[in-house]
Design a protein around this ligand. Structure first.
Ligand SMILES: NC(=O)c1ccc[n+]([C@@H]2O[C@H](COP(=O)([O-])OP(=O)(O)OC[C@H]3O[C@@H](n4cnc5c(N)ncnc54)[C@H](O)[C@@H]3O)[C@@H](O)[C@H]2O)c1
Length: 328
């Protein structure tokens, strides 16, 4: 069995990737400091509690195990917080990731799959966004992803690292089993907030800006199901094991949905009323972020199973209504 170190594997996306790895007969080892992750999300998998900034712990781990590849999900993820406290983000998402890469280099482990983000593009000139579009991140969070991508390409040239950066658009939904799902604190992502409003009549979801140049005036985003993201990781791993990389891929659904369309979808799926409040635009929020994932389709053979928004929201609703409550 091939061992894969999944740093940040107790979080939202990582916990779904563990299941996809197990289905594909890999052996994931979760390494997570539980700053934003949960042990109950990784039931049935080996969990080592540790920080990617702890060089000694990583050195020991690489010495003891036969790790073939590292998938790194460990980072802070809130765009707004990154603007308020950039050092927190540069320390964790850049500094500690370098420590992880140094430990890998010393151990002779060179295969690395990195959770990058659509945030590397900033406000794009055109949509759908292709990988060769200009990289102009508009937040410290986006810059942390950009810096790591650049470092990975340097490490490929100097140290033979073979890396794939996956630029996720808006990860959404949950495993249809309903027992794992999105659980950020504070939650800043739209679908969980909309579903909070479905569950709590006293809560109103805020729509930031209704004067964008989009059909209904609200921001358009590309929602990609978390299990489709998970499958893309398995395909990217296969490519590295076959000698591929370095490379970078967008992962999105290719369809854009506005904030109001998401709210309408949640009303259909839940059958409940959802209170809405309107607020001003947030700075740095582009009008449209929609991926072209043609490259991932062509080179990885990736084809998202969840193409309809209602199907994505339905799995998130199952998690919000049953799974999350069971695990709180
Ligand atoms: N959720 C999205 O829509 C989205 C979109 C684009 C990119 N991403 C990226 O995907 C990755 C996973 O996102 P997520 O939504 O699952 O976030 P998450 O917060 O649910 O998971 C991150 C995990 O990393 C762990 N972690 C953080 N810092 C750590 C450290 N120093 N050492 C060890 N563990 C650490 C946390 O405990 C948590 O379990 C992140 O890198 C994020 O930037 C997410």
């Amino acid at each position: 069995m091939i061992e894969i170190l999944v740093t940040g594997g107790a979080g939202y996306i990582g916990s779904h990737v563990l299941r996809a790895l197990a289905r594909a007969r890999f052996t994931p080892i979760v390494y997570d400091n539980l700053s934003g992750g949960f042990p109950e999300a990784v039931k049935g998998f080996e969990l080592i509690r540790g920080d990617i900034g702890d060089y000694e712990a990583l050195r020991r781990l690489f010495g003891q195990r036969d790790i073939r590849c590292v998938m790194n999900f460990a980072s802070f993820i809130a765009v707004g917080e990154s603007a308020a406290d950039p050092l927190k983000y540069y320390d964790n998402n850049v500094g500690r990731t370098f420590t992880l890469l140094r430990a890998m280099k010393e151990a002779g482990v060179s295969d690395f799959i990195f959770s990058s983000s659509a945030a590397v593009y900033g406000d794009p000139d055109t949509v759908p966004i292709r990988e060769e579009s200009p990289l102009r991140p508009s937040s410290p969070y986006g810059r942390t992803k950009y810096f790591i991508e650049e470092a990975l390409s340097d490490l490929g040239l100097s140290d033979g690292f073979r890396t794939i950066s996956l630029r996720y658009f808006n990860a959404a939904g949950a495993d249809p089993a309903g027992d794992i799902g999105e659980r950020h604190s504070p939650e800043t992502h739209l679908i969980p907030l909309v579903l909070r409003a479905a569950l709590d009549p006293a809560y109103a979801v805020t729509v930031f800006g209704r004067d964008y140049d989009t059909p209904d005036g609200t921001c358009v985003r590309d929602y990609v199901h978390v299990n489709d993201l998970a499958e893309a990781h398995v395909l990217a791993l296969g490519r590295l094991l076959d000698g591929g990389g370095p490379d970078v891929y967008n992962l999105g659904n290719g369809s854009g949905f506005s904030v109001l369309q998401v709210i309408e979808s949640a009303r259909r799926v839940t059958g409940r009323d959802i209170r809405v409040a309107y607020g001003p635009r947030r700075s740095g929020d582009p009008a449209r972020l929609v991926a072209s994932s043609e490259k991932a389709a062509r080179e990885l053979g990736w084809s998202p199973a969840y193409t309809e928004l209602d199907g994505i929201v339905e799995t998130a609703w199952r998690w919000e209504r049953t799974g999350r409550r069971g695990s709180c």
